[in-house]
Design a protein around this ligand. Structure first.
Ligand code: GLV
Length: 308
């Protein structure tokens, strides 16, 4: 039996991937699309944006392991509903996300772009910063909870909005429409970490901005398509929101002609808030393959019918 690695660029990364599998003591064949292999011998597919295709030949598949934490790429691939799917999660992914969110909030408060600019002309551009303590996190999954804890340790007041109520020490748990309205009315910073599903597509739109009362800075580190991009610049112009720190976009790479690039109130980073460390993905893939071979559920399972 074997593993099929289906991810863009995997052909060039196959040597490194193979080494990471060997480091886990895994010595079964590893294939990429285009290799001469028998689909019925594939037990696990390790995938990133595999695209929709005919999955029927993989008759003995036991597991699809996502290379990333988000699995919207697997929903787009129309996997058979009965397949076992797991997403990626690790401490390194959480740590990196916490660092991105905390540092970008600090950079915003210190107005770092202005200070970098001022340095060029030896300008002692002292200012007392732009403060505000109340953060609303949309999505309190693994990443959302870690970010909440990181922000708490930096002295922020943290609320989190999620589908079901969550018990996290020091974090106000909000849910439902009323909870969202309450959180939006009180936040200085709004951080999106929701998975992309049919319920969260375009959730951050003009109706949502109209419910904000404290002109929050918005950070999107979830998925680009959760933000209605056409509604963002009008909300900045009208002052409903003060700024946007965006790491994810509906189209990636963000096209060079996109108006977000040149907008002073928008910071663009190239989907680097958190990145899957290959050795951690492969360690989880091997662990999950052992679990499913033993008839057990994998770690970080995905419910395709719930879309996350
Ligand atoms: C990155 O976007 C991921 O899904 O892990």
């Amino acid at each position: 039996m074997s593993v099929l690695v289906m991810m863009s660029g995997s052909e060039s990364r196959l040597d490194a991937i193979q080494q990471d599998f060997s480091a886990q003591g895994f010595d079964e064949p590893i294939w990429v699309p285009g290799d001469d292999f028998d689909p019925e011998a594939v037990e696990m597919i390790l995938a990133w944006k595999p695209g929709a295709q005919d999955w029927r030949p993989y008759k003995n598949l036991k597991l699809v392991q996502s290379w990333g934490a988000g699995v919207d790429h697997l929903l787009e691939a129309n996997l058979p509903a009965e397949w076992t799917v797991a997403r990626f999660m690790s401490q390194s992914l959480k740590d990196r996300m916490v660092r991105y969110v905390c540092s970008q909030l600090s950079n915003w408060q210190l107005d770092m772009p202005r200070l970098f600019q001022a340095q060029k002309s030896a300008d002692w551009a002292w200012h007392d910063g732009r403060w505000g303590k109340k953060v609303l996190i949309l999505g309190l999954g693994e990443l959302g909870q870690s970010v909440a804890q990181g922000l708490l340790s930096q002295g922020y007041d943290v609320s989190g909005w999620s589908r079901s109520a969550k018990q996290i020490d020091g974090v106000e748990s909000l849910n439902g429409e009323a909870g969202l309205e309450q959180g939006l009315a009180q936040c200085d910073y709004l951080i999106n970490l929701l998975p992309l599903t049919s319920a969260t597509r375009n959730l951050l739109d003009e109706k949502l901005w109209a419910k904000c009362e404290r002109q929050p800075v918005v950070m999107n580190v979830g998925r680009g398509a959760s933000l209605a991009e056409d509604d963002l610049m009008p909300a900045l112009k009208s002052g409903q929101i003060s700024g946007a720190i965006l790491d994810v976009f509906s189209t990636e790479p963000l096209p060079a002609v996109h108006p977000f690039w040149g907008h002073e109130g928008i910071w663009v980073t190239p989907h680097i808030a958190s990145i899957s460390a290959p050795e951690d993905v492969i360690a989880l893939a091997c662990e999950n393959l052992e679990l499913v071979r033993a008839g057990k559920a994998p770690r970080f399972p995905v419910d395709l019918s719930q879309e996350y």
